[in-house]
Every structure is written in C-alpha cells, then in structure tokens.
Design a binder for this molecule. Structure first.
Ligand SMILES: *Cc1c(COP(=O)(O)O)cnc(C)c1O
Length: 395
C-alpha cells in the first residue's frame, strides 16, 4: 500500500489513507467510525467469528468505542460484562428478547418508565409473553405475581416521577428464591448504589440521561453475568439494536465527569427540595432525601452518595403546571433529564402520556406534578428563577 507508485487519480482518491507513523499514543480515545474492518485471511475470519481470535470485523457486531464504553459500564456496576445498545429502550428490549420466549411471563413493577410498560404490555404480548404488575413496596404482590412461567422480574431503582425507592435487596431475594433473573433499570440513580451487589441480575441504563450528561447522545447499556450479556449482544446485533461509535465516544466523554455531577446535583437538589417544601404555592414535594418522602428511610439505607438530581413537586393542577413552565425564564421545559443544565418536565404530558388516568391517579401521578432534573447551576440562581415563577402562580 505504498503511496509512491503512480496510480490514476480515481485510485488515489478511492483508497484508504495510510496511518502516519507515530512513536506516541493519543491521550483521548480515537473515534473508530469504520463500519467494517480489513481481515487478513479466511482462517482469520473463521477464528474471529468463532471467538478464537479477538478483533472487530463489522461494526454492528462490535467496535472499539462500544467495547470501551461497555467495559467501563461493567466496571462501574461491578458486573462481569457489559453491552452497549442504541438507546436505553434498546438495552431493555434486547435484555427481554434474550431472556423471554413465547409462553413466558414477566413481572413488572408498577410505575415503570412509560415505554418499558408499553413494551411489556403491548409489544411482548404480541409474541405470546404476558405480564403482571407488582408494587415493589409490598413484596407479597411480587410473590403473588410470580408464576411457574415467570422468566424475568423488572423494576427501577428510583421510579419516575415520584422517586419511589426499590428495595433492591428484598426484591433480589424474592427473585433468587423463585429462580428468576431480576432486571433493574438504574437510569435515575447512577453511582448512588450498585444494584448488582444488592442482588439484581442485570442492570440497565439509559446513557442518554445522567451518564451521557449533555443531551447529545441516545444510547443504553446492560451489565450482568457474561453468558447472559453474550446472549444479549447476539440478540442486539441480530435485531439491529447496537449503538454507533461516535455516540459511544461522546458517552465516554460524558462519563468522565459523572461522579462530580452526581455529587453536585445531589447537593443542589436537596437544597432546592427543602426550599420548595416550605413554599406556599407548592402542594407537595417528592425527594428521597427529604424526611417527608415515603421512602426516606430506605433511601438512606440504599444510597451512599446523596439522593440524586431529580425532584418532583405538585403545584395544584394542569393549569398551574402550564403557568409555571411558561413563567420560568431560564429553566427549559424539556421531556428528558440528566443534562448539565436544569430542565423541567410534566410527566402527565410526557413520560406517562397516554397511560390511563385511573392508573396514573392510583400511582399518584397528578396533572399538577412537575419534575425537575437539577443540573450544575448555582442553587441561588435556580431558586431565583423557580421563586419568581412560583410567585406568579395564582392561589
Ligand atoms: C429515558 C429512560 C429510558 C429509555 O431510554 P432511551 O435512551 O430514551 O431509550 C428507560 N428508562 C428510564 C428510567 C428512562 O428515564
């Protein structure tokens, strides 16, 4: 591949450039955008396919940035292996597709992320997998939900939007007794605890949120025992659910500051939650670090790094929530979370849109409820904006 020999312009332009010689190595990871790799021989392609040789050959099956991110996630969660998928939903769907078959049953915790509930209730149902719900606060409801056909239990460490805390240890014990894998969605609580050490089998994240941290990537990850993750990897490749290299590179960059962001946003969120709780226009505040939260005691037991960046509060009704959102000068209404800047969301219109009103009422997800995802701004600046918007609400 010498570039000395004269070739036609078309040949010169079409061929891949040579890698410049360098006695040094980059400090930041490279972005490996290649969708395919040059393989030396037929013996090598056999060995690569059979796992006797390690290396990449087709990006949907694996690429360096995906492996770097998956390995970091596995180490962060103290799991044997990890896999990166194209979104949080892709990680959840691939985990379900890898563990469930026609005729199986899945037990899902009440109040899961809307699309996870839809996935179990509508999509898996089309493939002959049925589901039932349980209240993670009442283990007897989990025991009642488990049948001889149950092959997966699904819960979230911190629920959206009321921030109910899952007793991962007790659910994990029940899962082990029943011999059923326990998948936990840890998107709302990265670094606050380690679900695998507490008894979960698979931990999944939407990296789109706090770990990515800058609202510029859509990715997910699953971490767990190697045989299970290998199976999820295969399913993800076959169903086309794997993630692109540049997004993995961005998520790795985001991840490098996640521990600072978790500490700082937890401090600011606690301060804001306290101020909101004593504000006349706020009916109720949900923050697991407040003594008034129904799971305050459990939260203190489960979390060892603060209580996270998310606060939900009720301002009375949909009109008040709409007024508040319009009155905020700086904090944008954005139906996501985990950004470096604080955002506000309205669960009834976004994450829980389309769910039936009686279920929402039973879960306590009211039309006046808004949810803050606290970012890195100074608490006083955030309070100035929230304070003036709350002040403008009619009584
Ligand atoms: C956002 C979210 C998901 C889905 O993640 P995507 O990256 O948007 O697919 C799953 N679970 C929870 C708790 C989430 O907040």
């Amino acid at each position: 591949m010498s570039n000395q020999e004269p070739v036609a312009d078309s040949t010169l332009c079409a061929r891949a450039p040579e890698t410049p010689p360098s006695a040094t190595e980059p400090v930041a990871p490279d972005v490996a955008l290649s969708s395919v790799y040059r393989v030396k021989s037929l013996d090598d392609i056999d060995a690569l396919n059979e796992g006797r040789l390690s290396g990449f050959f087709y990006a949907r099956d694996g690429h360096p940035n995906g492996v770097q991110l998956a390995d970091k996630m596995a180490r962060l969660e103290r799991g044997e292996a990890g896999v990166v998928c194209a979104s949080g939903m892709a990680a959840i769907a691939a985990s379900m597709l890898a563990t469930l078959e026609q005729g199986d049953h899945v037990a899902v915790s009440d109040g899961l992320y809307g699309k996870t509930t839809t996935l179990a209730a509508r999509e898996l149902a089309r493939f002959g997998v049925d589901h039932s719900g349980f209240d993670p606060k009442r283990l007897e409801t989990l025991e009642a939900a488990i049948t001889p056909r149950t092959r997966l239990i699904v819960a979230e460490t911190l629920s959206n939007p009321l921030l109910r805390v899952c007793d991962v240890e007790r659910v994990g014990e029940a899962a082990r007794t029943a011999g059923v894998p326990f998948l936990i969605d840890h998107t709302f609580a990265p670094l606050l605890c380690r679900p695998l050490e507490l008894g979960a089998t698979i931990v999944v994240h939407s990296l789109t949120k706090l770990i990515g941290g800058h609202s510029d990537v859509t990715l997910g990850a699953a971490v767990g025992p190697r045989p299970l993750i290998d199976r999820i990897k295969n399913v993800a490749s076959t169903f086309g659910q794997t993630g692109p290299a540049f997004d993995c590179w961005l998520a790795l960059r985001g991840m490098s500051t996640v521990s600072l962001r978790v500490d700082r946003t937890s401090q600011t969120a606690l301060e804001l939650a306290n101020r909101l709780e004593s504000h006349a226009k706020v009916r109720r505040v949900y923050y697991p670090g407040l003594a008034s939260h129904p799971d305050a005691e459990l939260a203190r037991r489960v979390f060892d790094h603060g209580f996270g960046a998310m606060i939900a509060f009720d301002v009375g009704g949909r009109d008040q929530a709409d007024h508040l959102i319009k009155a905020l000068r700086e904090i944008p209404f954005a139906p996501s979370l985990g950004d470096v800047q604080t955002t506000i969301s309205h669960p009834c219109s976004t994450s829980h849109r389309g769910q039936d009103p009686t279920t929402l009422e039973r879960l306590g997800i009211t039309p006046g409820l808004v949810r803050l995802s606290v970012g890195l701004e100074a608490a006083d600046d955030l309070w100035n904006d929230l304070g003036q918007a709350l002040h403008s609400l009619g009584s």
